[in-house]
Design a protein around this ligand. Structure first.
Ligand code: URA
Length: 426
């Protein structure tokens, strides 16, 4: 095979053969296909798409590039969820312990933030002592004992995706349905979960800005999972405005603790409960919504959270880091908050130090954006709408610039927010 032939095939809108796909993914992982060749192929895929059989083969080749995990020795069924990424999306934090409190195992292999979306591991690392890396044996033991694990995916899981995702990130080739679907599903299928719930985000803060493309992504991923023997469903959920009232690492852990204590913002609770209901059904433990909600109110989910954090070296009682500096953004008039753009808030949190521009950058635990009002809320002139948090005050100006035009206050309540749950694909 020749890399240039493979690139030309896709460039000229023809289908790649199974052998071409197997060869190019393997050769790229081994370093026999160059970065610039894979960048050209990724752009051809982004522009010309892939057929269902091509995506399935591409996904299988990425799985075959590394190891597969096996949870069949556990006494509990496994179930997992994956979000395509959003702003203020801390749902994994309350969700994993909540679902585990019903006797199922939740192996959440998570990532770090890049660009304007936060990373689950970055959030948890704001808890003193907590560590993201576990050995395979530690992971299995914690799944059996505690039921919930949130940790870093080992280097052996879909290494083709690790290399390709980093390349896509710097070549403008992230926003492609076949490339996103194969990236996410190769990791989830290799992880070996029995059931999977996908939270496909739609709106300014998400990769998918419109409902039709998000539906196509959801359908592609659900088919890939189902064909691989993973019981897979997808919820399409709104990401036009941030989830909850905080975007940033320690700020989001604090909000998750509120949810685990039976309070917290209603949108975060609603989505956590909806995803938990789907995860439990997928694991063969159908549970009514009211019962799931009750486990947030009566301390069962909090109990699993504390054991999960402690098992990974964290102190669940330690005070969370707080940023050294704060500034408010205030309402310019009285009225109803019409919009508060998720992407802008994500960029502001990133610029304040909550996110990173390069993979090796450190993040600030205390940095981020706190929201005092959500779309549809009444506000009065001079009232703080947002509080910006950072350890490095020279970052305030760039964060404020990101928020220019990101919110509006009007007279009409009608401009308030639409539903959170947009569709279900299963
Ligand atoms: N998340 C992933 O893991 N891969 C993508 O391509 C996009 C989001």
């Amino acid at each position: 095979f020749d890399a240039v032939d493979v690139i030309r095939t896709k460039r000229d809108r023809r289908e790649l053969t199974d052998d071409q796909v197997d060869w190019v993914v393997d050769a790229y992982t081994r370093g026999a296909v160059d970065q610039e060749q894979m960048a050209a192929l990724a752009m051809a895929i982004l522009l010309n798409g892939m057929s269902r059989p091509e995506v399935a083969r591409w996904t299988a080749a990425m799985i075959a590039s590394g190891e597969r995990m096996d949870f069949s020795g556990l006494s509990r069924p496994t179930t997992d969820k994956h979000s395509t990424g959003g702003v203020g999306d801390k749902i994994t934090l309350p969700l994993a312990p909540l679902v585990a409190s019903f006797g199922v195992a939740v192996p959440q292999l998570s990532g770090r933030g890049l660009g304007h979306t936060g990373g689950t591991l970055d959030k948890l690392e704001s808890i003193p002592g907590w560590r993201a890396s576990l050995t395979g044996d530690e992971l299995m033991a914690q799944l059996e004992d505690v039921g919930a694990v949130i940790c870093a995916a080992g280097a052996g899981l879909a290494p083709a995706d690790k290399k390709l995702y980093a390349l896509r990130d710097v070549t403008g080739t992230v926003e492609s349905v076949p490339l996103i679907a194969s990236s996410i599903m190769s990791k989830k299928i290799a992880e070996g979960t029995g059931a999977l719930v996908l939270d496909v985000k739609v709106g300014s803060g998400a990769f998918m800005k419109d409902l039709d493309t998000a539906r196509e992504l959801a359908r592609t991923m659900v088919d890939l999972g189902t064909d691989a023997g993973v019981r897979t469903v997808a919820l399409l959920t709104d990401m036009a405005t941030p989830l909850g009232r905080a975007a940033g690492n320690a700020l989001e852990v604090r909000e998750s603790l509120d949810v685990l204590a039976g309070s917290g913002p209603e949108d975060v609770v609603e989505l956590t409960v909806a995803l938990a209901v789907e995860m439990l059904a997928g694991a063969g433990r159908p549970t009514p919504e009211a019962e799931v909600r009750a486990a947030l109110g009566d301390g069962r989910a909090m109990d699993v959270w504390r054991r999960m954090i402690a098992a990974q070296g964290g102190d669940p009682d330690a005070p969370l880091p707080v940023a050294a500096h704060r500034q408010d953004v205030v309402a310019d008039r009285s009225g109803v908050l019409g919009a508060l753009d998720a992407y802008a808030v994500g960029v502001a949190a990133w610029r304040l130090g909550a996110g990173r521009s390069r993979r090796e950058d450190p993040v600030q635990a205390g940095a981020g954006v706190e929201l005092h009002a959500k779309p549809g809320d009444e506000v009065t002139a001079g009232q703080p709408l947002l509080t910006l948090h950072t350890d490095t005050p020279e970052r305030f100006d760039r964060a404020r610039a990101a928020l220019d035009g990101a919110w509006s206050v009007g007279d009409e309540a009608a401009a308030g927010r639409g539903p959170l749950l947009l569709d279900r694909v299963g």
